[in-house]
Design a protein around this ligand. Structure first.
Ligand SMILES: Cc1cc2nc3c(=O)[nH]c(=O)nc-3n(C[C@H](O)[C@H](O)[C@H](O)COP(=O)(O)O)c2cc1C
Length: 465
């Protein structure tokens, strides 16, 4: 029995590119608020540790087919402050891009949401590299992009310093003496970095959690080092179990080398379960979602601008080593067709069989479309029953591949309902999730200690007197 951290990575219109087209799916972002509230209620009833909201500081027609959930969405800090008011126990993590944000208002908003939610807020700090985000913020991409990691490090340091502005016991509010604030309990920030500066102090009390848990994501050596040095959660995209084991080992070794207790760095992998009451039901859904994916060939006059080139028979041809130009995407892949494929093609056939139950020699053979989709949808998909999915989670936990998962939902809200009503109880039954919340704060859900204020350290003791 391995206790895992289980959060939900929420994409209001679903995380599978064609999920919004599925019958009954939520597909109109004008109604996102209701879906977000429903998701939060379901997650809390299922005792998930947190809800996680990613972000992207730009939009455009190119996202319509690639990442439709990014086209129009509610800002993450606004989302979590709203959800804080309609939930009681679950953690709420919002993404902020440190390349374009100012640390003072971010420290202020996040400390405020932590206080409003009773210590349930968390912060995912990212450094995106989309030139449109720079244009949206009126800054020169060529100037900010090379230093985005250096700024990210300073940004986190100044946030922590601003959150420590007030001592935990700063407010005495002693009506008898007329003393509101304890003497020496408010500290200048005085942060002068190369990229960010703030005099401080922050005009919001120290967060309930001391410092909000900080999440970092990314795969490059620099972003991994930043995560290892000071993040609480590292969100890593792992290709398979063996890869996840090595990434987690590497991150923990880097954390240890940087002088911290490496057990305080929790490594979390995103996962997209496709859940059914039976395995056949789950495979049927995976199959239907593949069929709802459009390919370049489905647009007789050419695909719309920005349509992903990877969703094409040309791309599949390169991968499988057979020229498929001019074929119909719905051509059945028979054993004689599959035999011509190289190793990558054979692997795709196996992935499709596992996800959809379709086999080249079977009564329902896969089509070229199924293979294109399996190659082009770059998500860690597991298809099956609650027992299949919980079993896979346990296997990863026991192998030391992860400390937990960020669960994506292919179709909203039905697949999130399926996860919370079928998989979460199975995780509880296996002891992977506790049956009820044990702690109050997000830190407690994650098994993390509350940090002392940097001003409470012995080197600062003199400053209080
Ligand atoms: C699982 C995962 C989720 C991510 N979510 C976001 C996000 O919501 N917004 C964003 O700007 N970047 C996101 N990123 C990108 C990273 O935060 C990071 O800024 C970027 O990958 C730079 O890291 P790199 O050095 O690995 O390229 C995500 C990365 C991963 C692996």
């Amino acid at each position: 029995m391995t206790r895992l951290i289980i959060g939900a990575m929420v994409r209001a219109i679903g995380a599978y590119p064609s999920g919004w087209r599925y019958p009954g799916a939520h597909r109109d972002p004008r109604n996102d608020a209701g879906v977000l509230r429903l998701t939060a209620r379901l997650a809390e009833q299922a005792r998930l540790d947190y809800l996680f909201f990613g972000d992207w500081l730009a939009t455009g027609h190119d996202l319509e087919h690639r990442d439709p959930y990014l086209v129009a969405r509610i800002d993450p800090l606004s989302t979590i402050s709203h959800l804080a008011a309609v939930t009681d126990r679950i953690g709420l993590i919002a993404t902020v891009d440190s390349t374009y944000a100012d640390p003072y208002p971010v420290a202020r908003a996040t400390a405020s949401i932590d206080l409003l939610s009773g210590g349930r807020a968390g912060l995912n700090l990212v450094t995106s590299a989309d030139p449109r985000a720079a244009l949206n913020h009126g800054v020169d991409f060529e100037r900010v992009n090379p230093t985005r990691y250096d700024r990210a490090v300073e940004f986190e340091a100044v946030l922590r310093r601003l959150w420590d502005s007030f001592d935990d016991d700063a407010i005495v509010a002693d009506a008898a003496s007329g003393r509101f604030l304890a003497p020496g309990s408010l500290h200048e920030t005085g942060f002068r970095g190369e990229h960010v500066r703030s005099a401080g102090p922050l005009n919001v009390l120290r967060p309930v959690q001391g410092h909000l848990p900080i999440v970092r994501s990314g795969g490059s050596p620099r972003s991994q080092l930043i995560a290892a040095q000071s993040a609480d959660l590292a969100l890593v995209a792992a290709n398979d179990l063996a890869h996840a084991v090595s990434v987690r080992e590497e991150l923990r070794a880097l954390a240890f080398e940087s002088g911290r207790d490496d057990r305080t760095l929790k490594v979390i992998a995103p996962v997209l379960p496709i859940v059914g009451e039976t395995r056949a039901d789950a495979q049927q859904l995976a199959d239907e979602l593949s069929e709802l994916m459009q390919l370049v060939e489905d647009w007789p006059d050419g695909p719309p601008p920005g349509f992903p080139a990877s969703r094409s028979l040309a791309s599949l041809s390169t991968l499988v080593g057979v020229d498929l130009a001019g074929r119909s995407p719905d051509l059945a892949v028979t054993p004689s067709v599959a035999e011509q494929f190289g190793a990558a093609g054979q692997q795709l056939v196996e992935i499709v069989a596992e996800r959809t139950g379709r086999t080249p020699g079977g009564t329902r053979p896969p089509t070229l479309r199924h293979l294109v989709v399996a190659a082009a949808v770059n998500a860690p998909i597991i298809v099956g029953t609650a027992a299949d999915i919980a079993g896979e989670f346990e296997t990863w936990g026991e192998a030391g591949a992860v400390d937990g998962f960020n669960v994506l939902s292919a179709v909203q809200p039905s697949q999130f309902e399926a996860f919370t009503s079928l998989v979460a109880p199975e995780l509880v039954r296996r002891g992977v999730l506790p049956p009820a919340y044990e702690g109050e704060t997000l830190r407690e859900h994650l098994g993390l200690e509350r940090p002392e204020s940097s001003f409470a350290r012995p080197s600062y003791a003199g400053a209080h007197i």
